[in-house]
Design a protein around this ligand. Structure first.
Ligand code: ADP
Ligand code: ADP
Ligand code: ZN
Length: 214
């Protein structure tokens, strides 16, 4: 099963993608996590990506497309994957489609997690992220067992640099301009499904399971 997560920054794509990956035993591929790991390790890619990310802008398509196309060609992706944070522009979507068509496959579901902008800013200020394993929590809605420590791996949690309210507003604008058109793109392709992302985490996941099946 090949799934794309769509939705505004902070809609809960990563949270749901992890639940899907566990349930359906497919890899969770987050381009944001890949960039953050590269920044942490001081790679050339990380250095290039950081300047865009800090400003709330998208990293240029040419820095992300090959990376994802190579990643989904790896052996662990034969039974599918859940892509989180990619594609984010129409050129990224067409590049992915072309790469998959060459292999005689395609995306099965573009899953849109729908959350209005008003809810987003509130969610982002409470987001805490694990730079080690990519898990995300919320200080009110999805707290960790021990404050500041990741439940999954025991590492320390951080408030992401780009989760400051000014940057979040910028990212929302970027989302509406560059990423939201993908909803129409996948709707025309006949694979768009939407869930109400304002519900509780596990209610959203139950709605997703109904769509994806057992
Ligand atoms: P969020 O989950 O809050 O939407 P992500 O972790 O997906 O954020 O992405 C963080 C940042 O990484 C983005 O604001 C952008 O700068 C960069 N990024 C991630 N994925 C992509 C992509 N597919 N294309 C361009 N930039 C990306
Ligand atoms: P995205 O990957 O779309 O940027 P995240 O999965 O990181 O979004 O979620 C953004 C923030 O909202 C995190 O702090 C997360 O713990 C929290 N969150 C995710 N799903 C829900 C939900 N259904 N209700 C309340 N908070 C949520
Ligand atoms: Zn962790």
């Amino acid at each position: 099963m090949k799934i794309i997560m769509l939705g505004a920054p902070g809609a809960g794509k990563g949270t749901q993608a992890k639940l899907i990956a566990d349930q359906y035993q497919i890899p969770h591929i987050s381009t944001g996590d890949i960039f953050r790991a590269n920044i942490k390790n001081g790679t050339e890619l990380g250095k290039k990506a950081k300047s865009y990310m800090d400003q709330g802008l998208l990293v240029p398509d040419e820095l992300v497309v090959d990376l994802v196309v190579d990643r989904v060609a790896q052996d662990d992706c034969v039974n599918g994957y859940v892509l989180d944070g990619f594609p984010r522009t129409i050129p990224q979507a067409t590049a992915l489609d072309e790469a998959l068509i060459k292999k005689g496959t395609g995306i099965d579901y573009a899953l849109n997690v729908d959350v209005p902008d008003e809810n987003i800013i509130r969610r982002m200020s409470g987001r805490r992220a694990c730079v080690n394993c990519g898990a995300t929590y919320h200080i009110v809605h999805i707290p960790t067992k021990v404050e500041g420590i990741c439940d999954r791996c025991g590492s320390e949690l951080i408030l992401r640099d780009d989760d400051k309210p000014e940057t979040v507003q910028k990212r929302l604008n970027v989302y509406h301009e560059q990423t939201q058109p993908l909803i129409d793109y996948y709707s025309k392709a006949g694979i768009l499904v939407s869930v109400d992302g304002t519900k509780d985490m596990m209610e959203v996941f139950a709605d997703i399971e109904k769509i994806l099946g057992e």
